[in-house]
Design a protein around this ligand. Structure first.
Ligand code: ZN
Length: 557
């Protein structure tokens, strides 16, 4: 009936001939539209949805030219929107040596040796994403482990969290690193008992080496981005929010990548929707050009900013109120930019007044408290506004800071996979008491905060089913918490999907065009192999993406 009335009045976005380009019928559509939460079918014209309703309603819009997608009774959800990825970085990693699942230092070295044999002399070996917590015995690597097998290739491989690196002797030589190299504020250089660098570099100290690595060529950028796009589409991810890079070269790298996106769009090779953020320090440049948040089109936008408050828990550089349980005397540290809070605040304020939305990485409880304080001050000084302030990760929170997210309208952009990954060892580092308010997704939601879901890929798999499995089961990867690690913080499947679609769209201020399936919004949706709303969440990690529609085009079936 509703549709009949619409037809009489004419349906906006429907071409004059009155026929849809695509109808998807015989499904169980989870719309995320609170007025009509479930439907059977969707009609699409161009790249937008024109109707959502019963099969009968939607078939009325089908004509001879209309393509029919038979959903075969399967579950449809809005296209997943990953609120936090490092898209090029991840794509580059797909093409490099794979170290994540090495089980020992020896296997780590063997894989680097085998990969080095395939590379020309002089080419840098990067990425890798090693995780010494998976090794037995657990032990940080040093350059000696790989020097003999990499005499001709500088090596700069990163830990899976991206906050810690291992350089080989050649990389350190090219960067001029010696025993005499002074320590760096906001960073850490690993040293042996005689003060010689071990090859380990953390956070701000990474720049010492990164400044000598040549930038990727256009061809390398394109190859990495296309690999990343394929991986996203294979996982039913239709929108990504690209957080870019860390370090002093971050802005230059992100500029190369944004040019890459534009090149691939012009060549007709690009489909995934991207919101690319630049580092906070680029605020002045965006301001100077009058570029505000979401400058661009449905496929690519820029104009939002990313700041860093601290490091990571795995690298023991997250900034806490109290020392780590396993490292007395070390309570982590703020980033270089946050160690000058007034300067940092001035940048936030300038960005805020210019209409550039801000997201800040904060892991430790002190980092989170400090950013909440600064955001509160921003609200006070600049007055109420729709700023979509975000904290990325919001990982370890003091109990009293949890309600502040809702009170201050701060979006918690969280990555549930980190919970089942770090949950294996986090209590050794921060103890039971602090772990109880770690990855406190449910408490944040119950207190009224908006959650946006993502993966932090390359750090974690960009797989929404694995993310939802992690959020709803909290079963750590080591199998030691079959009932869930701090199970009171589990999300429901419906809460997870909402945060992964509507929540993520809200976090990038694009909830007017995506997040839910309703007329006028972009036709981005996924068809799932099983109905995740009616199954044991433990099995969700095995659910497959059966088909993906992006902008009205069936991009995967
Ligand atoms: Zn990240």
């Amino acid at each position: 009936m509703r549709l009949a009335i619409l037809l009489l009045c004419g349906i906006p976005w429907l071409p004059a001939h009155g026929q849809a380009d695509l109808v998807a019928v015989h499904g169980k559509v989870w719309t995320e539209d609170p007025k009509h939460p479930e439907a059977e079918a969707i009609a699409v014209a161009g790249h937008r949805i024109v109707a959502v309703g019963t099969d009968d309603d939607v078939m009325k819009l089908a004509g001879p030219q209309t393509r029919v997608l038979d959903l075969k009774g399967r579950r449809v959800v809005p296209g997943f929107n990953d609120a936090h990825v490092h898209f090029f970085w991840g794509g580059q990693g797909l093409a490099s040596v794979q170290l994540t699942d090495a089980h020992s230092g020896q296997e780590f070295a063997d894989r680097i040796a085998a990969f080095a044999k395939t590379r020309p002399a002089g080419e840098w070996i990067v990425d890798g994403n090693w995780d010494e917590q998976k090794w037995s015995p657990v032990k940080l690597p040093s350059h000696e482990l790989i020097d003999a097998v990499t005499p001709d290739n500088p090596v700069w491989v990163q830990r899976t969290d991206g906050h810690m690196m291992l350089a080989n002797a050649l990389a350190m030589k090219l960067a001029g690193i010696t025993k005499a190299t002074p320590d760096v504020p906001g960073g850490f250089i690993g040293r042996d008992k005689d003060g010689n660098p071990t090859g380990i570099f953390k956070d701000a100290a990474k720049d010492l080496v990164e400044r000598v690595i040549p930038p990727p060529s256009d061809a390398q950028v394109d190859a990495a981005l296309l690999a990343a796009q394929k991986y996203a589409l294979d996982n039913g991810v239709t929108s990504v929010q690209d957080m870019g890079f860390t370090g002093s070269h971050a802005a230059d790298m992100q500029a190369l990548i944004v040019r890459g996106y534009q090149r691939l769009i012009a060549e007709g090779k690009w489909k995934v929707r991207v919101s690319a953020r630049f580092p906070l320090d680029e605020g002045a440049r965006l301001r100077g050009l009058g570029i505000m948040t979401n400058f661009g089109d449905d496929t690519l936008v820029i104009g939002s900013l990313k700041a860093f408050a601290d490091g990571s828990l795995g690298s023991a550089t997250a900034w806490f109120m109290q020392p780590f349980d396993d490292q007395p005397g070390n309570s982590g540290l703020p980033t270089e930019q946050l160690s000058h809070p007034e300067e940092f605040f001035a940048k936030l304020k300038a960005a805020d007044l210019a209409g550039n939305h801000i997201a800040t990485h904060a892991i430790g409880d002190r980092a989170n408290k400090t950013i909440l304080d600064l955001y509160e001050r921003l609200e006070k000084e600049d007055g109420p506004a729709d700023r979509r302030l975000r904290i990325e990760h919001a990982q370890h929170l003091r109990r009293e800071d949890i309600p502040r997210f809702a009170q201050l309208h701060v979006i918690a952009s969280v990555q549930p996979y980190h919970c089942i990954d770090d949950g294996r060892w986090a209590e050794t580092r921060i103890g039971h008491e602090r772990a109880a308010t770690t990855y406190a997704f449910r408490s944040l939601l119950d207190a009224g905060a908006v959650l946006a879901l993502g993966t932090d890929w390359f750090v974690a798999p960009m797989n929404p089913m694995v993310t939802i499995y992690a959020a709803t089961t909290r079963r750590t990867l080591d199998g030691k918490h079959p009932g869930g690690w701090f199970p009171e913080q589990k999300l429901t499947v419906a809460q997870s999907v909402h945060a992964y679609t509507v929540g993520s769209a809200y976090a990038e201020s694009q909830d007017d065009i995506k997040g839910s399936l309703e007329p006028g919004k972009l036709a981005d949706f996924d068809v799932l192999s099983d109905d995740i709303f009616h199954m044991d969440p433990v099995a969700i990690e095995n659910v497959k993406i059966a088909a993906t529609v992006l902008g009205g085009e069936i991009v995967r079936q």
